[in-house]
Design a protein around this ligand. Structure first.
Ligand code: SAM
Ligand code: SF4
Length: 441
């Protein structure tokens, strides 16, 4: 192994980028890199970027501009751009910002070691291919060192749905599912390292259709049941899903699989059928509402989360009202909402746009409604007992923070709690973004 060097990774965007950053750090560990939390200290800085919304590429160029003095002060510092902006911009990044040494797309980071070697030899290195080989096979075994009690595990990448607003099918490529045996093996290794909760990731995770044994094809539900059998693994989650891929076996698993947590992130984007059609979502508002009824029949205490876009091209006041009506009818315990932002190369970017002030006003109204639902869902937890997986110390003495089965952050003061413990907690207070509780018994 070569001499120890320091790596600083800044991760933007979704959980899949968090997983990718972890795997890139593991790959570069083989090149002698250890992670640092200080960019000033680093021998290599990697920006793992997101392209999903608003001026994403411009934000990356500004960040690179801020790194310029550091690069000039430390000419040996290597700067890399990874993730979806790397994929979308490619060699334009090096042309616009010559301080960049390395550009790697999300499907190519198994080649990082060779790229780093080229960069160390003074070359620029660019790889934004969609390679034939299996990235995960090439990445190989993950390290055996102990780690925190929760982990992400990518099971599926890419998307074939082509929603009219979304860049994912272009930056992450076609939908690909990892073979089930590879995922089960990685999950077992994570559990051996102290992980008790695994969140399965995919841009469309419930479209998972991975190769199973003897030529079979496994659904996400089949995979969840296989993971359910891993001793030591206590909790399974998955994200993000598309309503059209909520199959019967997955809904049944929500009712029957105890390790599958009662939390579901199921974006609907809009409550207007006209807008849903223009978005190419391929389902109606009514179909979403009926689907949620079926899932809640299987798992009545499920906490539902969603994504919403306001101000999509063509959205009228009546369309926006239909979104508010859907939110009122369904009830969300948590949600993300965004103003539509034009993504170059996507069909909706070419359409007549809604006025910016109108978008802002609609977003404020929607967020006020969603926040009131979130607050009500949190307040309803006061007096109830939940199970909490503790992840880290809190800010106060003897305080630990963990997540309930409903993904609420829960603070508890008790010196006996260890990281990785799962304890029964009675909720005594609801704060704006977290709950406080006491150990039961
Ligand atoms: N695959 C998931 C689905 O279909 O629901 C969502 C994945 S996307 C990475 C996450 C969220 O970003 C979307 O659900 C959508 O609400 C939001 N989003 C994507 N493109 C957007 C755009 N152009 N403007 C605003 N929000 C956008
Ligand atoms: Fe993007 Fe999700 Fe639509 Fe795929 S299904 S295009 S990831 S919003």
């Amino acid at each position: 192994m070569s001499q120890q060097k320091k790596l600083y990774i800044k991760t933007y965007g979704c959980q899949m980028n968090v997983y990718d950053s972890e795997r890139m750090a593991e790959t570069l560990a083989g090149q002698g890199y250890v992670q640092t939390a200080q960019p000033d200290d680093a021998d290599m800085i990697l920006l793992n970027t997101c392209h999903i919304r608003e001026k994403a590429a411009e934000k990356v160029y500004s960040e690179l501009g801020r790194l310029k003095p550091l690069k000039h002060a430390k000419p040996d510092l290597k700067i890399g751009v990874a993730g979806c902006v790397a994929q979308a911009e490619g060699k334009e990044i090096i042309a616009r910002q010559p301080i960049v040494d390395l550009v790697v797309g999300p499907q190519s980071y198994h080649r990082l070691a060779a790229m780093e070697a080229a960069v160390a030899a003074g070359e620029k290195s660019l790889d934004t291919d969609f390679p034939e080989e299996d990235k995960f096979d090439r990445l190989g075994k993950r390290p055996a060192a102990n780690r925190g009690p929760t982990a992400f595990l990518t099971v599926q990448e890419g998307c074939d749905k082509f929603c009219a607003f979304c860049v994912v099918p272009y930056t992450r490529g076609a939908e690909v599912s990892r073979p089930a045996s590879q995922i089960v093996q990685e999950a077992k290794e994570l559990v051996d390292r102290g992980v008790r909760e695994i969140t399965l990731l995919g841009q469309n995770v419930n479209a998972y259709h991975g190769q199973g044994p003897e030529g079979s094809v496994w659904s996400l539900a089949r995979l969840i049941w296989e993971l359910d059998a891993i001793e030591g693994l206590a909790r399974i989650r998955y994200t993000t899903s598309h309503p059209n891929d909520m199959t019967d076996d997955l809904i049944d698993a929500h009712g029957a699989c105890e390790k599958l947590m009662p939390y579901l992130h199921l974006p609907v984007q809009s409550g207007s059928d006209k807008v849903l059609k223009a978005m190419n979502r391929k389902h109606s508002a009514e179909a979403y509402i009926r689907l949620i009824e079926r899932i809640r029949a299987a798992r009545p205490d499920l906490l539902l989360s969603g994504d919403f876009i306001v101000g999509f091209p063509g959205e009228s006041d009546a369309d926006f009202q239909a979104t508010l009506d859907l939110v009122e009818e369904v009830g969300f315990g948590q949600a993300y909402s965004f103003k539509y932002s034009e993504r170059p190369g996507t069909p909706a970017a070419e359409r007549v746009q809604v006025d910016e002030a109108e978008k802002t006003e609609r977003l404020q109204r929607l967020q006020a409604l969603l926040s009131s639902q979130q607050r009500a869902a949190q307040e309803a937890m006061v007096g109830q007992s939940v199970s909490v997986l503790f992840e880290k110390p809190g800010r106060l003495a003897d305080q630990m923070v963990g997540k309930s089965e409903f993904l609420h952050a829960v603070h508890v003061k008790a010196p006996s709690i260890q990281k990785g413990d799962i304890r029964s907690v009675r909720i005594v207070e609801s704060a704006p973004n977290s709950l406080a509780g006491e150990l039961v018994g």
